[in-house]
Every structure is written in structure tokens, then in C-alpha cells.
Ligand binder design. Sequence first.
Ligand SMILES: [Fe+2]
Ligand SMILES: [Fe+2]
Length: 215
Amino acid sequence: MDSQEFAKTIEKQVADFCHALDAKLPAYSYIPLASDEMRIKVMQSRLFNEIRAGEIFGGWLKSTPELDVKKTLAEAVHEEYIHAGYLEQALREKGAVPYDYKPVPAQMAMFNAFEGLTDTVERIAAFPMAGEGVADYLIAKSLKAGTVPGWVTEPYQKIHEDEEEHGNYPFEILVKYATTPEKQERAARAVAMSLVLRRQYFDNLDRWVFENKMY
Ligand SMILES: [Fe+2]
Ligand SMILES: [Fe+2]
């Protein structure tokens, strides 16, 4: 398959996953949450994600031979820690201890799985494209919902602007590098893995936020 066409099939797979979430939005989106206590828990979980995302992108640098991708990853590392700073500040202002949080098991599994990917195309498809694609879809929804309090939407407004600024770079990387059937097949499987694990993370986070269960 032509790489442009391939990138579009992945994009559609991610969009379908996003739309399927609309029927029952996860706690992760903040929209179904009724108290600041719950919102703090979700924000702590998502602060962990910013920290962990930076670690993953940074960890991939040495094994990324493509200089343009290396540069993009390096910038992404820095950006994730800026995002972490926004959430950290919002939590402190709310009287919460930002890092008083243990990742829920499915969240650990998702990031460990990203860390284990070895090929540029599968990495970019699984995490920046599928993982961050879903995250930013839900950020946009929470900003538009009108029911999520300002102390939550304020940091996400800035995070959302950053995500929009680098536009569709994962798509462009796929168009450029997902040029063989082998690479496309691996990338498609990595995206499926990413979405399955994200579903698990959202469900696990729901159980923790709504029922106080770790798994
Ligand atoms: Fe990001
Ligand atoms: Fe981020």
C-alpha cells in the first residue's frame, strides 16, 4: 500500500476508536466527574503520563537513526515536561500533592509496552499518533464541554495549543517512512496494541476513580 494511503488507514482506526468513546466518556476526560477529589486523581494520573511520555521519547533517541525524527522526539521530551509543569502547578494551587500518585497497573503496562517498541514507524504510529491522538481528542472534548471547571481546563488549554501547533507530524513521519509492507504491518499491529492498552488504562482509571479499586 502507498504510504499516504496507509497513514490514512491508521488515522481512521484512531478516529473510530475516539468516536466509540463518546457513548461513555472515561473519567480520563474529566467530563463525567462530579467532584474536585475525583478531578485531582485524574490529573495526578495524567501528570504521571506527561512525565512518562518524556521518558519514553527520550529513551528512543539513541535507537532512532532518522535525524528528523530524532529532533522531533527531542523537542517532544522538552514539551512533555512543560506540560507536567502546568499540571503540577494546577494541582498545587488546589492543595494537592502532585506526585502523591501510584500508576494504576494498566497505565504501567501501556507505557512499558511503548518502551519496548523498536522500530521508528511502529513507535510513532503507536504513541504520538494513536496514544496522543486519543488523548488530545478527549482534551478537545473537555474544553468544549462547558462543564469542566476552569482550574482543570486552564492547563489543558495550553497543552492543547501545543499539540495543535505541531500539527500532524506523526502522519508525516508515516508517509515518509512506512514504505514497505513489513513496516506497515508492524505499525498497524503496534497501533492495535496501543488502543487495546489505552482502553484498559481508561477502564482501570475509571475503577480507581469511581470505586477506589487499583485494578
Ligand atoms: Fe505530547
Ligand atoms: Fe504532553
